[in-house]
Design a protein around this ligand. Sequence first.
Ligand code: SF4
Length: 353
Amino acid sequence: MRIHDLKQRLRQAGAGPSHEHRILRTWLRAQPGNTAKRPPEKFFPASLLAALPAIEADLASLARIQVVEAGEDGSERLLVALADGQTVESVLLPREGLCVSSQVGCAVGCQFCMTGRSGLLRQVGSAEIIAQVALARARRPVRKVVFMGMGEPSHNLDNVMEAIELLGTAGNIGHKNLVFSTVGDPRAFARLAQGAVKPALALSLHTTRTDLRKTLLPRAPDLSPEELVDECERYARASGYPIQYQWTLLQGVNDGPEEIEGIVRLLTGKWGVLNLIPFNEVEGAGFSRPSLERCKAMARELHRRGILTKLRYSAGQDVDGGCGQLRARAAGADGAKVRIVRRASAPSSALAQ
Ligand code: SF4
């Protein structure tokens, strides 16, 4: 379902703009233990009141939590079942953040990502994206939403932009706290700059070498790192927020002196921050995570060379989940009831707050 369809249905039931806004706001601002708090009845026309129970039931059936994996850092990885039985992952991050999925599967096929292995199964509707936020907010406050879960948001632009607009208005989330993450699709750069709500932008860069990027991200758009950074720089100026350059650290692949030189060449003077994210082990991917010492040394060297760099052992790491891994583990398991699992394993995620 799309937000657009939901609005139409509300209007057909007699909702005016203020009624519509109030219903959407109530849905989006779900409080713990109060997911379906309805505005006072006197506020609505009778026809809308009559239609509301069915509409609320449909919203509630959009998504439900199937598995919760709690991390030691305060994160929670949620396996969310959609109405047709497909599942996506959301991650509640420390400091009131939430990572949502925009697609079931993904067509980009990054070599280090579990989600990429399945290919694209289907798009996640804008209402299903919002439902992930509502489910998360029923557990705890959410003031930041990052589109870094399953899927490439640029490949589902209409739904993602619709969700972003609602989150940045009725959802009461500051625009800089909405983060659109992409491998770098020209359609996204063009569209984001035109949106009424302009989110912050994260670019999955991973290497400064065009040839290596083609190998690591086989179906990403054919833009060189230089072209991508130029696009990002333009958007940073248009939105007013610095770019988050994402870099999954792969031992012996993109953690060496050649890449450090490339980063300095590419990002010096640019408005952004480089997030180094040690690789999360994915079975059969053929990559390893560099040692902590190596990661720290690279971050230190880049800092010394004037690149704002953060080493992110990202939230949700200790729930053994780069995006797609919980879904893969749960495949075939009985998901009829919410399972809550507490894990304490080694760091392991590509999801950064
Ligand atoms: S890392 Fe992101 S873009 Fe790449 S395959 Fe995984 S979900 Fe898709």
